[in-house]
Design a protein around this ligand. Structure first.
Ligand code: PMP
Ligand code: GLN
Length: 392
């Protein structure tokens, strides 16, 4: 009798684990997984240490530590003018658990949830585990825009929710207000809930404004907003996330959350409260630092023969590799493997964010993470620059 359940048998290993393992094997400079190789800001680390030393080491309330929920509500008001009570905030083990609990708590087997492709890799497996059917709407290069008619056609009587990730992983797209208005209008017309994943909310470029769908007219009570601490405070390993919105939505998510993790790391929730209250200069310097790294990496990739897309936000640059690879390299998976083995740089093949029949759409692209120290980016730059030299 096979031990593995049917439910998970088709999943395989996540692309991030697979690429990390290959990168380690070949001592590659790792621009794959979106995790900083620098530390969280000292005041955030100090707040965690203080919390550990202040007897905050037992279970937090199931919905989350009061001061952390209050800080999350205040942050929503400070940056988006959103008015939420702390009771409308649920703290989870990262955005990842928030999304799974949201899908479990808000949809039933045979319901449909609409996602945009490329789609962050955990959403569809979450749906499969919940017995929910994904409906796919494509984002088209170069601007990763969707066709409003294709989106309208994806809504059926079984549609329960739509998931929007903005700023978007892996493309760096930031949904414009106009695009969000199209989505909002369809949600209202079909009585559908929106679940947003806004983990990169504080990382945008060239003055692009992050727009929160929950703040659009009519969406306040039908949007569940998910975000987390990891990207904004360079602490991806802490896995402190949250889901917030109308009390009925949050209560539904908590029904699932209470039986997944019950509650999450208490001292880190206390540190999250301190982090979110940091002065504006912190958020501004984070933006400025990422803007500098993004600009640098774009120039560097162009110089090495790639054709990168310019991201509006997030941790990543998608780039066309066809000007760089030898002829035997046929698709993005082969390219990522070749780049690790032969060049010593790791990136992520974006077909991992597509269903099988659509993987060809990004077979000519690869995804580089920019959330790395300058030394790391320079080491990658040196290796990538060497491709052309050795190829000439
Ligand atoms: N959503 C998106 C779009 C992401 O890129 C990531 C990871 N980088 C996550 C969710 C996971 O967030 P967390 O670490 O808070 O679970
Ligand atoms: N979100 C990160 C990325 O896209 C990876 C997180 C994970 O490994 N699950 O690179």
């Amino acid at each position: 009798m096979p031990a593995m359940a049917q439910r998970v048998a088709a999943f395989g290993t996540t692309i991030f684990a697979a690429i990390n393992s290959l990168a380690r094997q070949h001592s590659a400079v790792n621009l794959g997984q979106g995790a900083p190789d620098f530390d969280a800001p000292p005041p955030v680390l100090e707040a965690a240490v203080r919390a550990v030393n202040s007897q905050l080491n037992q279970y937090a309330p199931n919905i989350g530590l009061p001061q952390a929920r209050e800080a999350i509500a205040l942050h929503a008001e400070r940056f988006y003018g959103q008015r939420l009570t702390p009771e409308q905030v649920l703290i989870t083990s990262g955005a990842t658990e928030a999304m799974f609990a949201a899908i479990l708590g808000l949809s039933d087997p045979n319901d449909e949830i609409i996602v945009f492709q490329p789609v962050y890799d955990s959403y569809v497996p979450n749906m499969r585990m919940a017995g929910v059917t994904p409906r796919y709407v494509n984002l088209y290069a170069p601007h990763w825009s969707f066709d409003p008619d294709e989106l309208a056609a994806a809504f059926t009587p079984r549609t329960k929710a739509i998931i929007i990730n903005t700023p978007h992983n892996p493309t760096g797209k930031c949904y414009s207000r106009q695009e969000l208005e199209i989505i909002a209008e369809l949600c209202l017309r079909h009585n559908v809930i929106a679940i947003t994943d806004e983990v990169y909310e504080h990382i945008t470029y060239d003055g692009t404004l992050h727009t929160r769908l929950a703040t659009l007219h009519g969406m306040e009570n039908r949007t569940l907003t998910i975000s987390s601490l990891g990207k904004t405070f360079s602490a991806t390993g802490w896995k402190i996330g949250w889901a917030m919105g109308a009390p009925e939505l949050v209560e539904s998510v908590n029904r699932a959350h209470q039986f997944i993790t019950y509650s999450v790391a208490t001292p880190l929730q206390a540190a999250a409260a301190a982090a979110l209250a940091m002065p504006s200069e912190y958020f501004e310097s984070l933006q400025a630092e990422y803007q500098r790294k993004r600009d640098w990496l774009l120039t560097m990739l162009r110089g090495a023969g790639f054709q990168p897309f310019t991201p509006q936000g997030g941790y990543f640059i998608m780039a066309d590799w066809r000007g760089v690879a030898p002829e035997h390299v046929q698709d993005d998976v082969q390219f990522a493997e070749w780049l690790i083995r032969e060049v010593g740089v790791a990136s992520i093949p974006p077909s991992a964010f597509y269903r099988a029949e659509d993987k060809h759409r990004v077979a000519h692209l690869t995804r580089f993470a920019i959330c790395k120290r300058d030394e790391t980016l320079q080491a990658a730059a040196d290796r990538l620059a060497a491709i052309r030299v050795s190829g000439d």
